[in-house]
Design a protein around this ligand. Sequence first.
Ligand SMILES: [Zn+2]
Length: 685
Amino acid sequence: MWKDKRPILFGGDYNPDQWDDAVIEEDMRLFEQAGVNLLVLPVFSWAKLEPEEGRYEFAWLDHILNKIWEHGIHVFLATPTSAQPAWLSKKYDDVLPVDIAGRKRTHGMRVFFCVNSVHYRERARALAEAMAERYRDFPGLAGWHVANEYGTYCYCENCQRKFRDWLRRRYGTVEELNSRWHTSFWGRTVYDFDEVMVPDERNDDYRFAPAVQLDYMRFVTDSTIECYENEAEVLKAATPHLPVFTNISGFIKKLNQFEMVPHMDYAGWDNYPAPTDEPAFPAFKHGIMRAARDGAPFLVAEQSPNQQNWQPYNKLKRPGEIRRIAYQGLAHGADSSLFFQMRQSVAGQEKFHGAFIAHCGANSRIFREACALGQELHKLGDAFTGSRIHARTAIVFDWENWWALELTSGPTQDMDYLKQVFRYYRAFYAQNIPVDIVKTSTDLSGYDLVLTPLLYMIKPGFAEKLRTFVEKGGTAAATYMSGRADENDRCIFGAYPGPLRDVFGVWVEETDALYPEESVELVMMGTESGFPEKRYEGRFLCDLFHTDTAEVAAVYGKSFADGKEQDCFYTGMPAFSVNAFGEGRAYYIGCEPDDRFLARFIARICREKGITPLFPVEGEIELTCRENENGRFVFAISHGKETGKVHLDGDGACPGKRYFDLLREKEVSGTYVIAGGDVAVLKEL
Ligand SMILES: [Zn+2]
């Protein structure tokens, strides 16, 4: 077992209960050849481990685990509780979920149980106890992986009962519930908690009441955390020295991962970029996952070694693509590069999903690339594991704000919080300026620059925190749709951005929704430096706002539809402003500006704070820097076809001039030339 520091974890999901001994032997030989050091199993094998209630069959798993360890490969042992056996669904009526349409679902799907089911939890815990007892001293055990990709919503009677209890605990009295939910609108007053129904499709009022929906999403998140803890606490008690976590599925918006992940020893997330995603998008998602445990290293728990099978069009990974995806995860704070899956299954729903070892066997392009990656990661060892990224800039992302903003009816059907926040992230990313995604609970005092795009929901304490941040000299930037509602989605009376009005020195009177074909000019007043062009373009939503103390930096100009000028009654009103507040500055952006504006804006506010790109680059090169007790590590990833350059001697956040190229094992300095599609890890000397 790894004694102190762990190397980069490399390997992934292995489902050997499908194979005979000969195949498993062959797999072990190939895994060793590929430099695999970790396997995750048996994720879906509850039916095989407990064929009837209370009768466990561990011999087959003992046999496989011993074989794996004979080859020096560690395991994350998975409690296989995301796929309950048929006998459990059949025997206990509370196990299968009731869907949003009120239909009791049938057995056969994975991650398909009621997270509040008493019998599910009893049997899952008993299995976790049996596994902990049996394998706690297994020398190859590196950690516990609980279940898989939680995310089922249930609307059964048991959930309804528990939801009422949850509300009672949260609000105490029905009067408080009525106030928080503002039930006087549409006469939905509740006289007793027993009158609260789950917001399913049988109940249109609740289904479309954002306050009820928000609380149901919070309740399901809390129920899922309890369900996870039900197993995790058993495992933690048996092996307190080992990490326990579950893999979270990419971006399951409906579970608040910022609430769940702090209960785990790792944020372990499944990274499946769509073939059409630009490289900045998975980088952004890594940033969100890094935020879940406040900047701690995370795990890439799954990624695809080749095509997926569930996208509309399942593109093959291009030569070199797996390597770039793997290094991008590491560059943004991951300590692993784990894949789904190790060997392609013969049949089933994911039989065409890519694997290290495909149906054709190991004589394949993908297996050769996996081997090359494994050798490289082996060479890197534990040099930068445990390291962190240090950024002076932050973008606030709030999971419940995501829910509330998109539950709201109006002002536009195109609201997409993730996409909107991404535009601001991308402006930093494009300039290789390190940026942290942070939660509303994060201490902002360590940052110089904080952006709060579309922060519609202002939770208690946040406005005060941002106010103090700006007062003490920080630069803040907010946008349209800011400061509109409290945590129960009750709108703020007075004017938006509510409690932040004095910080930004503006008040919003109205918001206009633009059709997708419409745009409006942003005409600069010439007061802000760094905007060489006079006119930029705005789209999506336009706040019609007034300034209290802020200075107007741009106004709305002409309006267009499909390129033709049209009347606009708010031409000449403020569109972009800056307010001096305390020792800091607070910018307000009234509409969704174009990328040109954002690039200028981010460059301008960073320059003002002395924040520079990591290094000057030529070409499409992504740079990050991680730091631990061994020093600083610069990651360079070329996403272009052409040769690029990193000027290691240029002005940048890293003061050192000499580096050691860990992959090529040589000292480098000056201009570092990187081939199109290549990667580099440079240790500062
Ligand atoms: Zn339920």
